[in-house]
Design a protein around this ligand. Structure first.
Ligand code: ADP
Ligand code: ZN
Ligand code: ZN
Length: 794
């Protein structure tokens, strides 16, 4: 009976967001499976497109109108049934095409132009598949029959399929050699060719694999090439894998004896592995040993023969963090984060899919890791906004985790010193099970004292804009004692801009409604949205005055001030500018950890995860900037940031101290942070959320409507508002439409409409109708994005 495959085409369009039926030709029946990537002819022109098989059906008669599947792209399916179901479940709240969700689950390498190459792994294997002498062939060169044979060879470990980028320039490859002494014919080497003789001798003594570059240290390429031509050296190119570097130099560490609160948490969580259970919220003050709890949970999980996922915010995913997992679980760990090259990400993904990795430590997208038999899922710093993807598909890793935990009967642990208000509220309602750690685990480490300094008390007394006299005093004191200082510049918004002092002209981007940011290192003005760049103006473009100058409190400016205050002191600066290069974030942290600098000055990125015993003072230069954001989470974010950064002081036996400089010393976010009182903050904030009708009392959905013509955006926004009003109950509150805080980027105007509601069964339908409107040809420049529970509403 003919086999029909249901295929989702790789075209992110509303019209194509459904499975299409294709006929599976007989020769592909043994290769194709649910979850396979395929090529199929599509549309009137039958151009070949990538697609994913989501199901099969058998039909009695051959339907002659069906087009055939052209090729199966991989020997094994790249998605499993759980992932396909997950995509369907997520679509209920993530307004996205199915194809976008499926692709989010795969390493990007599987989406770009790569050649798949079949390699024989053993040199003496003679296979009739391969013309003699060849060890590698492109998969596409093989017939379907031969591909089936390769599939068997792969199963028995005699061959492997690797992906080579068609554009190799971007990927660093290393040439490796294998030695085949059978091909070595010494009589072919003349007695005067001393270097050839030497190399023959060397290879006989050292027949192990190695890097060609190592041979080239002693032997010229000409000599080495002769051996390659003779078939003595078999050379393969492999991508240099940085992920392997994670494992180097990590020493095995022992499990720490838990204290009673930690033990209680571990016991509760491990009892839930393999059971239907609600998620756990692990609320533990900074330094209370949450990570140690995770490690014990994972240990138990592995002992039960199950696997685990640990999510960590991208910025915290430093070797300092990953080594804590590797030092306990060794090579069972796979690391997934954006710093890896496409090839490395693919390697890690493959390791997981093959079951070689049992513990996945990664950033947001690692929640899709193709692990089987999951026993525990842990989300550290669960309050972090980065767990929500800010572009399509707009999924929240926490929601995905809930679905996967349910599917696997895995225990789900959400950990934080400052849980999201929504999460803490769920714990109050019994939706989550609350576990608490109230003390620092290292009993020598005490929670630091926090002093709030009011800028207004020092008007006219400050030597430098960013530093009040009490903070300068404390810094001086620590420097004298040889201790280290961490300084946080709370930098939301775009502070290093250029403004004319005479006419207050601000240099804005030509495409976006935003001031250009001054970059001293490149001596340019850059737009952080669209990438527009220009030189620094010498005179005001508006009034030609020469008094145009640099404004704001960028890290560069704070660093300059520090240099004037403490000329002898080494300061490390950490912000988007100094951490652009791959690995630079890590290098800065290492340098600071090794005492190469006395002060670490940085933006939000220094607030998390750092554990330096010699840091005894943390200064927050400006607590206010994040308080003034037009977002109902502004207080929550500020409280979280202050608590996190305060947690960097006094990690070990030396007592820590925190100074917060502010214009709002009485703001509740600051006073609760001063007293390390998360629970107090939570209760107070809940009162405000209830009074103002925000989450967790109400749900929110944000629509962003964009068009290059501002009138068209406004018109469409009001049309959408009308449409929603006619379909939804009058319980819905509409905020807007209003221009977004950055109202124009990439030459598009953006308006926002925010809905808050309790229960709206018709919402899904109404939003779909609204999306249909945008598919209309007359509206083709109109863009709408729908964000359920937006994390940033500016
Ligand atoms: P958190 O993740 O909650 O910030 P960590 O797990 O990083 O806390 O622990 C903070 C410090 O306390 C680490 O140096 C860790 O090794 C140590 N620690 C954790 N648990 C214990 C324990 N039970 N006894 C002693 N020290 C501990
Ligand atoms: Zn721009
Ligand atoms: Zn001017």
């Amino acid at each position: 009976m003919p086999k029909i495959a249901q295929i989702i085409i790789d075209l992110p369009l509303k019209q194509t967001d459904q499975p299409y039926s294709y006929l599976v030709p007989d020769e592909l029946v043994a290769l194709i499976a649910v979850g396979s990537r395929v090529h199929v002819p599509f549309g009137a022109t039958n151009r070949p497109l990538q697609g994913f098989v989501v199901g099969f059906e058998e039909i009695a008669d051959q339907d002659m109108t069906l087009k055939p599947v052209l090729a199966v792209l991989d020997l094994e399916p790249v998605l499993n049934q759980e992932q396909l179901d997950l995509a369907d479940a997520l679509r209920r709240t993530v307004f996205s095409y199915k194809i976008s969700l499926l692709k989010a689950m795969l390493p990007s390498l599987l989406n770009s132009a790569y050649n798949k190459v079949v390699k024989l792994t053993s040199i003496d294997l003679v296979s009739d598949l391969f013309p003699t002498g060849k060890k590698e062939m492109r998969l596409a060169e093989l017939t379907a029959d031969q591909q089936v044979q390769v599939k068997d060879l792969v199963k028995t470990g005699q061959a492997e399929v690797v992906y080579l980028a068609t554009d190799k320039k971007q990927i660093k490859t290393v040439r490796y050699y294998q030695v085949n002494l059978d091909q070595l014919d010494r009589s072919a080497i003349s007695s005067r060719a001393t270097k050839r003789l030497e190399l023959a001798e060397f290879l006989t003594k050292h027949p192990d694999d190695g890097k060609v570059s190592d041979l080239n240290k002693t032997f010229s390429p000409a000599v080495v090439n002769w051996f390659i031509e003779q078939g003595v050296l078999l050379v393969t190119e492999r991508e240099e894998s940085r992920s392997r570097a994670y494992f180097e130099g990590v020493k095995q560490t022992e499990f720490i004896q838990l204290n009673s609160q930690q033990q209680e948490a571990v016991t509760a969580v491990t009892a839930a592995i393999g059971q239907e259970s609600s998620p756990f919220l692990l609320e533990g003050v900074t330094g209370s040993g949450k990570t140690e709890v995770y490690l014990h949970i994972i240990d138990q999980t592995l002992k039960m023969g199950k696997t685990a996922i640990v999510l960590v915010p991208e910025i915290v995913l430093t070797p300092q963090m990953t080594s804590r997992f590797i030092s306990r679980f060794g090579r069972q760990v796979a690391i997934m984060h954006s710093g890896l090259s496409d090839g490395e990400k693919y390697d890690e993904w493959l390791k997981i899919r093959r079951g070689q990795a049992k513990v996945v430590v990664g950033a947001r997208s690692a929640i899709f890791a193709p692990l089987e038999n999951i026993g525990a899922i842990i989300i550290d710093e669960e309050h972090e906004a980065t767990y929500k993807q800010e572009s399509n598909p707009r999924y929240h890793a926490r929601d995905v985790a809930v679905l996967r935990a349910k599917y696997h009967k895995a225990a789900l642990v959400l950990g934080s010193a400052t849980p999201a208000i929504e999460s803490r509220a769920r714990a109050s309602k019994g939706v989550y099970q609350l576990l608490t750690l109230t003390e620092r685990a290292n009993h020598l480490a005490v929670i630091p004292t926090v002093e709030v300094v009011d800028f207004r008390d020092y008007i006219g007394q400050q030597e430098m804009g960013n530093f009040t006299p009490p903070l300068v005093e404390k810094i001086r004191d620590r420097l004298n004692k040889g201790e280290q200082v961490v300084l946080l510049l709370n930098r939301r918004g775009y502070s290093s801009f250029v403004m004319c002092r005479d006419c207050s002209y601000v240099d804005n981007c030509v495409n976006c409604d935003i001031s250009l940011t001054l970059h001293m290192t490149t001596r340019t003005m850059n737009c952080h949205y669209c990438g527009f760049t220009k030189g620094i103006p010498r005179t005001c473009p508006n009034c030609q005055s020469a008094s145009i100058s640099y404004y704001g409190t960028g890290t560069q400016k704070a660093a300059d001030e520090l240099e004037q205050l403490f000329p002898e002191t080494k300061v490390l600066r950490m912000d988007v500018d100094t951490t652009k290069k791959k690995g630079s974030h890590q290098k800065l942290l290492e340098a600071f950890g090794n005492g190469k600098a006395d002060i670490l000055l940085g933006t939000q990125m220094i607030a998390k995860g750092l554990d330096f015993p010699n840091v005894t003072l943390v200064g927050v230069l400006n607590a206010d900037t994040s308080l003034n954001l037009p977002d109902f989470r502004a207080s929550e974010r500020t409280f979280q940031l202050l608590t996190q950064v305060a947690g960097r002081a006094g990690r070990a036996d030396k007592a820590g101290e925190v100074i917060i400089q502010t214009y709002n010393p009485d703001h509740y976010a600051i006073t609760f942070a001063k007293h390390h009182d998360y629970e107090g903050f939570y209760r107070y904030e809940m009162g405000i959320r209830r009074a103002l009708g925000y989450p967790p009392y109400f749900y929110t959905v944000a629509l962003t409507i964009s068009h290059k013509d501002e009138q068209a955006v406004i018109k469409a926004s009001y049309a959408f508002l009308d449409l929603l009003k006619t379909h939804l109950s009058d319980q819905v509150r509409y905020l807007g439409p209003v221009p977004k805080a950055v109202s124009r980027t990439h030459n598009l105007y953006h308006y926002q409409l925010l809905l808050t509601f309790k229960q709206e069964p018709k919402l899904q339908d109404a939003l779909n109708q609204l999306l249909d409107l945008t598919q209309d040809k007359t509206n083709k420049d109109l863009r709408v994005s729908i964000d359920y529970e937006p994390q940033n509403i500016m």
